[in-house]
Design a protein around this ligand. Sequence first.
Ligand SMILES: [Mg+2]
Length: 340
Amino acid sequence: MLDSMRILVADDSVVSRRLLEVTLKKWGYETVSASDGTQAWDVLKRDDTPQLAILDWVMPGFTGPEVCQNVRQVSRDRYVYIILLTSKSLKDDLIQGMNAGADDYLTKPFDPTELQVRLRAGRRVIDLQTELVAAREALREQATHDALTHLLNRASVLEVLTRELGRAEREESPMSMVICDLDKFKSVNDRFGHLAGDAVLKQAARRMQTNIRTYDSVGRYGGEEFIVVLPGCDAEAAAGHAERLRAALEAEPMDLGETVGGSIQVTASFGVASVGGRTYTTPQALLHCADEALYESKRAGRNRVTVWNPAQAVQQDQPRAGHGETVLEPAAEIVPSHGR
Ligand SMILES: [Mg+2]
């Protein structure tokens, strides 16, 4: 691990610092030096701080133990392994140094062999810590993202929707959501199998992800249904964004994957619903409106964008087979395809 090869050496004595630096460089370490406690803290509070630090006890500015305390007070993922270096060799000092948050302790003049094994122990701790953080990040990714498309999963995108709706209301700013459903997707699965269907879903997801703004969120809502949350967008702007997504999906045929081969033209229908002005609503209601608009797109011939408007809400005479769940619940499972 490259990051455990950089060491901060903080000592106000030039001779002592140089001696350490020369020794460490000989062992292949890269050193960053500080000539007092203030400089040391400046280096250690940066995001890219070395993860190993050797701090002299007595220094101007902050003492070694004070620097330790500062480092331990800021909680972050990047652990800094600290060795205090001092000419004091009393037991009481050792306890004080460890209490301040030091990991290890070495007396001056240092014994190079001893320093070397202690640094090795430090690197082991840092490497373990790094692995732990990576494992936790992987778990977080798994819990919040859809395994197939790597988009946000249903629960996460609904969470974003709820949060952005709340923010829009607080700030009295507009916000929109788009619901998108791939047209006649069931026939892709029926004709070419589920592997081909999965390949199409992945490409559709990628095209949507690359065609949204950085502050928009897109998630997989269900089988072949996606939700896009557009903060700060009124209905007109959102319709424009939805149209761009529609065009991106239609632009080129999608590969059916290696096992099936070939490609297929895929389109999608969109429903847009917005809040703004002084009209705000619940996530459930907004989702319901977007869904109504999506249904209108399907009814009008698919591969199009419909913006929800209140007048539409009264025309409920069309039968809507198998389609009625607009309940906002943070369930992670995929809702079944409606085959529309
Ligand atoms: Mg000193």
